[in-house]
Design a protein around this ligand. Structure first.
Ligand code: MN3
Length: 207
């Protein structure tokens, strides 16, 4: 059961001017497609049962993956799952509200304090990786991972755990065309394109 590249759930220019259409074309059509292609090459070499699993389930059960395939699975299945989630988390014009807003205020002190802490995790991730808002045992937490690791992989493999409900890709390929080396500006712009409706949906599911 080969993985396929999911189409973007909106037009390439839907996130302008915060994330430009050219970046979205390269990021989705080239980078994500490459993760899908490379994931399919390595998944084909796994035991048949694992080949039929949902890719997220595979990342949650890395103990089952043969050691010599582990890095390729983490990088490429991780890349596929992370980007598939990331596209869905972006949209202009939604609002943080309801239970999720209340929990963010309770956990981090205020929405601004939450954004500051998340931005610091994203800016402080050395090299390539991701910043995450996760649900850990019914509590919100901010974590970051290297490369294409995801909290879904668990502490043993990603250094952190939890169910992702918000993600920010801080690989240079996510921002370099528009922002060059200014990762902090990209992170600032990100708050204009967070799909809070999707975050709230994932938050409800993760309880
Ligand atoms: Mn990326």
């Amino acid at each position: 059961m080969a993985y396929t590249l999911p189409p973007l759930p909106y037009a390439y220019d839907a996130l302008e001017p915060y994330i430009d259409a050219e970046t979205m074309h390269f990021h989705h059509d080239k980078h994500h497609q490459t993760y899908v292609n490379n994931a399919n090459v390595v998944v084909e070499t796994l035991p048949t049962e694992l080949q039929n699993w949902d890719p997220a389930k595979l990342l949650q059960n890395l103990d089952q993956v043969p050691a010599d395939k582990l890095t390729a699975i983490k990088n490429n299945v991780g890349g596929h799952v992370n980007h598939s989630l990331f596209w869905e988390l972006l949209q202009v014009g939604t609002e943080l509200k309801g239970e999720l807003r209340a929990d963010i205020e309770k956990t981090f002190g205020s929405v601004d304090a939450f954004k500051e802490k998340f931005a610091a995790a994203a800016a402080g991730r050395f090299g390539s990786g991701w910043a995450w808002l996760v649900v850990q045992k019914n509590k919100l937490a901010i974590v970051s991972t290297a490369n294409q690791d995801t909290p879904l992989m668990g502490e043993k493999y990603a250094g952190v755990f939890g169910t992702p409900i918000l993600a920010l890709d801080v690989w240079e390929h996510a921002y370099y065309l528009k922002y060059q080396n200014r990762r902090v500006d990209y992170i600032g712009a990100f708050w204009n394109v967070v799909n809070w409706d999707k975050v709230a949906e994932l938050y409800a599911k993760a309880q």
